[in-house]
Design a protein around this ligand. Structure first.
Ligand code: ATR
Length: 279
C-alpha cells in the first residue's frame, strides 16, 4: 500500500540527457521508492543537446508538476544557466546535475561533488598527503571541489592538453604538470583519481605505472563501465583501497531522491548488486 493518502498525486522526477537510455538513475530511484513505499515515478527524458530544447522541456516538466530532475551530459551547464537560484557547489563546479522546482523558482545544485566526497570518505580519505588527478574536464572540476572539501591541499593536475590543466589549476590554486610526466607523481601520492574517459569500454586504455604507488593510497575512477577498470584492478591487486564510478553514482543520486520523494535513500550492497546486474 502506498504511503500517501489515495488523493495524493504520485511524485514525479526524472533525468534529462542525450543519450539517456543507458542511465542507471531510473533504476536507483525506482528501487528507493519501492523500498520506502512511496508512490512516485522517475523517468529517463531524452532532450536534444541545444539549450532551447532543454529549457522548453524543463518548462513543460514544471508545468505538469515535476518535483525536480537530474541532469546529465550534455545539459549540466544548461541547467546552471536555466536556474533562478544556484547552490555554492553548482557555482563552484560551473555545472548542475540537479534542478529542484519550488513555487516560481528553479534551484540548481551539484550532487556530483557530494557523491565523490562521500564515496571517498567512506574509504577513509582524510585530506592527508598528495593527490594526483588525471584529466581537467568537467568531471575533474567537480572532483577538485570535493577534494578541497575533504581537506586535501596538495593537489596536482595532469591533462593531455596542458593548457586546460593550467587553467583549472589557476582557478583552484592547484599544481599542474604535463600528461607525459604523470608517472613521476605516483610515488608519494596518497590518492590517485582518474577523471578521463581512458579505460572506459570502447575508449583507449589508460597507460600509467603504479609500481611506486604505496598500498596505503586510495585510487578512484569515475568510470563505471567496466565496473572495475584496469586502473582499479591494478590498484586492488597492490592492496590499495579503490573507489569506483558506481559508488559515486549511488551517492550523487541520494540528495535528489530525498528532496523530491521525501524518503530515505539507503545505499547498501543490495542496491549495488541490483545495479551491477544492469551493467
Ligand atoms: P568530462 O566532463 O567527463 O570531464 P571532458 O570535459 O570531455 O569530459 O573531459 C574528458 C577528459 O578526458 C579530458 O581531461 C581529456 O583530455 P583533453 O582535455 O586533453 O581533451 C581526457 N581525455 C580524453 N581522451 C583522452 C586521451 N586519449 N588521452 C588523454 N586524455 C584524454
Amino acid at each position: 500500500m502506498a504511503a500517501q493518502s489515495p488523493n495524493t498525486e504520485p511524485k514525479l522526477a526524472g533525468v534529462i540527457g542525450w543519450p539517456i537510455s543507458q542511465s542507471l538513475s531510473p533504476l536507483i530511484h525506482t528501487i528507493w521508492a519501492r523500498r520506502a513505499d512511496i508512490d512516485g515515478y522517475y523517468i529517463p527524458i531524452p532532450v536534444e543537446p541545444d539549450y532551447d530544447s532543454f529549457a522548453k522541456t524543463v518548462d513543460s516538466l514544471r508545468a505538469v508538476g515535476f518535483a525536480g530532475v537530474n541532469i546529465t551530459i550534455p545539459h549540466k551547464e544548461h541547467a546552471l544557466r536555466y536556474a533562478d537560484v544556484r547552490s555554492h557547489d553548482a557555482q563552484a563546479a560551473g555545472a548542475a546535475n540537479m534542478l529542484t522546482f519550488r513555487i516560481e523558482k528553479a534551484f540548481a545544485d551539484n550532487s556530483d561533488i557530494y557523491g565523490f566526497y562521500k564515496a571517498m570518505s567512506d574509504k577513509g580519505a582524510n585530506g592527508n598527503g598528495r593527490v594526483l588527478v588525471l584529466g581537467a574536464g568537467g568531471a575533474a572540476r567537480g572532483v577538485v571541489n570535493a577534494l578541497k572539501e575533504l581537506d586535501y591541499s596538495d593537489i596536482t593536475l595532469v591533462n593531455r592538453s596542458r593548457e586546460k590543466a593550467d587553467d583549472l589549476a589557476e582557478v583552484f590554486a592547484l599544481k599542474s604538470a604535463s600528461w607525459e610526466d604523470r608517472n613521476k607523481f605516483i610515488e608519494g601520492s596518497t590518492a590517485l583519481i582518474n577523471t578521463t574517459s581512458l579505460g572506459m569500454t570502447g575508449q583507449p586504455p589508460l597507460e600509467i605505472d603504479l609500481a611506486l604507488l604505496t598500498k596505503e593510497a586510495i585510487v578512484a575512477d569515475i568510470v563505471y563501465s567496466p565496473l572495475e577498470t584496469p586502473l582499479l584492478k591494478a590498484a586492488r591487486e597492490k592492496g590499495c583501497r579503490t573507489v569506483d564510478g558506481l559508488a559515486m553514482l549511488m551517492h550523487q543520486a541520494a540528495p535528489g531522491f530525498e528532496t523530491w520523494f521525501g524518503g530515505k535513500a539507503v545505499i547498501d550492497d543490495d542496491l549495488r548488486q541490483n545495479l551491477i546486474a544492469e551493467l
